[in-house]
Design a protein around this ligand. Structure first.
Ligand code: ATP
Ligand code: MG
Length: 589
């Protein structure tokens, strides 16, 4: 017997209903004859407030709302990988389609080849692995099957190996109270509840991305949290896609929150085409996309980031490293604002509800590197883009997000306009994980990483200061020492920070190559300062052939040519020896 309530008032995706029984906060409900999916978001005495995840056209006062007695949950199983869903994991109607089939509650179960790894008599704790699921078409992508968290017991019966659907019972377990129950490939999990782990681990390993300004300057940890704020068209989506393609995660969960319908269908069309640089297959094979299009109710968009992080945790629990991209969290916050507005709540800053900040926390705080229940290491790294109106980073979504993230990659309108990509501004961005990740770089061939990184940033700061003066009095009129700063900062920008996502030789940069480039640039800076101190004309720096070679090294010296960086180092030493000789001769004459 389910509890019932009757609609008293309805506005778009939210309704108020008078209860005839007890409802729980966050309980899943079904509304009306077509059993539309909804969730209790507030309880006020005899009344519940429900947010409905489907089109509510036609609902009116008096219509029944049925309680389910369970929190809003999504089914987690091997069928997620490679597929596209809405904010509640209902599959989209077809490739590139922005529609969900109406009335569809969950993805229909898919078939996988079950291979058990346990026998009757074994005791399994919650989160333990009991077998694998392999797709007939792609054996390589076999996935671990887990006992759901909060379950466990003695194995009574195991199904035979073979092809089964995701909901078929595979194990019979006898739990602590002697009660028997079955476990299938997929299980339900409430989207707003973090999945349990044994312990959280330190953020002292990097999530490598192959992007120099990220890895070497503003790194993000495995299990870290990053934000990408950027005005309209500054490259947020391209950067997230580039990170998805090259980062060292095993699984990508991409949550797309679009305002305009075409924004998301772009991702739906492009993503399935992206090539997986590591396997040469399609990136989509190890990706789950959660898409919110403009024709879906805003409430589904509000739930989608929690659904996304729940899916990410599910793969983490299999001992995998997962990268979750949310693009853009501003569109998510707008959904929160719209629902709040319809409820007549007192608006806070920017008309967002006062709980914007705690909702952001509930999302970002689920990132982390952990020991899973099955004693494996797994992680969820969250990267969220923000689209601040008119590019103003002091607005509420950006400022509240800053409280919960550790890496901040601020996209700069001026850089983007100059087609300087990625347009991450080196002076407005930061990473709070530089300390622990510095130790990683030092142990991985770049003993001077913290120092070189600081050197680059100081140079760029000095450049920002001197640029104004240079514009007023002209570069040539500035003291030689300051001209060196300008020339070297320009070199760091062009040779290191700039990196084309479309260049076959430079779109990915390994840690070894980043280290080689960093050392060369640092050596050039040292040599340039020394040479100019001894009288060299600073204007001549940018004319040195080696300067031009350094600017082009990302493009001209690809991964396969790492040894060429040694040659360039020798050339660099000789360039300055020659310069000082030439100067000496000039002085003699
Ligand atoms: N790394 C890059 N390399 C080359 N071009 C880029 C790069 N990043 C962005 N662009 C250019 O900028 C355009 C806009 O990029 P993108 O769509 O990623 O911006 P956005 O910040 O997501 O925009 P919106 O605010 O509309 O979501 C791209 O179509 C592309 O032409
Ligand atoms: Mg975008």
């Amino acid at each position: 017997m389910s509890t019932i309530a009757r609609i008293r008032w309805i506005s778009g995706p939210v309704l108020r209903a008078v209860t005839e029984g007890v409802f729980q906060m966050r309980e899943a409900v079904e509304v009306g004859e077509t059993r539309l999916l909804g969730e209790v978001i507030r309880i006020e005495g005899e009344e519940i407030v429900v947010q409905v995840y489907e089109d509510t056209t036609g609902l009116k006062p008096g219509v029944e709302v049925h309680g389910s007695g369970r929190p809003l949950s999504v089914p987690l199983g091997p069928g997620l990988l490679g597929n596209i869903f809405d904010g509640l994991l209902r599959p989209l109607a077809g490739t590139g389609s922005p529609y969900v089939l109406p009335g569809l509650r969950a993805a229909p179960p898919l078939s996988f080849v079950f291979t058990p790894t346990v026998k009757p008599g074994k005791r399994l704790e919650s989160g333990a692995v009991f077998g694998t699921a392999g797709a007939a078409a792609n054996e390589a992508r076999s996935q671990k099957l887990l006992i759901p968290p909060n379950q466990g017991g003695e194995v009574i019966q195991v199904a035979a190996a073979g092809s089964v659907d995701e909901d078929a019972p595979l194990l019979t377990l006898r739990g602590a109270e002697g009660k028997e129950y079955t476990v299938a490939m997929r299980h339900d999990w409430p989207v707003r509840a973090p999945r349990p782990v044994i312990e959280h681990l330190a953020n002292d390993k990097p999530l490598l991305t192959g992007q120099r300004i990220v890895d070497s300057i503003f790194p993000v940890a495995l299990g870290g949290r990053a934000a990408i704020p950027g005005g309209f068209g500054t490259g947020k989506t391209i950067l997230l896609e580039t990170l998805a393609k090259w980062c060292t995660a095993d699984v990508i969960v991409y949550v797309g929150c679009g305002e305009r319908g075409n924004e998301i269908s772009g991702v739906l069309e492009e993503f399935p085409e992206l090539e997986d640089a590591r396997s040469g297959r399609k990136l989509m094979e190890r990706t789950v996309i959660i898409a919110n299009t403009s024709n879906m109710p805003v409430s589904a968009r509000e739930a989608s980031i929690y659904t996304g992080v729940t899916v990410a945790e599910y793969f983490r629990d299999q001992g995998l490293h997962v990268a979750l991209m949310a693009d853009s969290t501003s569109r998510w916050a707008e959904a929160l604002r719209e629902v709040s507005g319809r409820l007549g709540e007192l608006p806070g800053e920017g008309a967002y509800p006062a709980y914007l900040s705690s909702r952001l926390a509930e999302f970002y705080e689920r990132a982390g590197r952990v020991t899973t229940l099955s004693r494996a290491e797994g992680s969820v790294t969250i990267m969220g883009s923000i689209s601040p109106p008119s590019g103003d980073f002091s607005e509420p979504v950006t400022s509240h997000t800053k409280r919960y993230i550790r890496s901040f990659w601020a996209l700069d309108v001026k850089r983007a306009q100059a087609r300087f990509y990625p347009a991450i501004h080196p002076l407005q961005s930061y990473s709070e994980d530089v300390g622990p990740l510095g130790a990683w770089w030092q142990a991985t061939g770049n003993a001077r990483w913290p120092e070189l990184r600081r050197r680059f940033l100081t140079l760029l700061e000095d450049q920002a200061r001197l640029d104004r003066m240079a514009r007023i009095i002209g570069k040539d009129a500035m003291p030689p020492r300051q001209q060196v700063v300008l020339a070297c900062a320009e070199l760091v920008n062009e040779a290191f920070l700039r990196q084309s996502a479309y260049s076959p030789s430079d779109r990915y940069c390994s840690p070894e190559r980043q280290t080689a480039m960093m050392k060369l640039l640092a050596r050039f800076i040292e040599q340039a300062e020394a040479a100019v101190a001894e009288g060299m004309d600073p204007g001549a720096l940018a004319r040195l052939p080696v300067y031009r070679k350094l600017v082009r090294m990302g493009e001209d010296l690809p991964e396969e040519a790492l040894e060429k960086y040694e040659q360039l180092a020798t050339e660099l030493e000789q360039a300055f020896t020659r310069v000082s000789k030439a100067d000496a001769h000039a002085a003699d004459r």
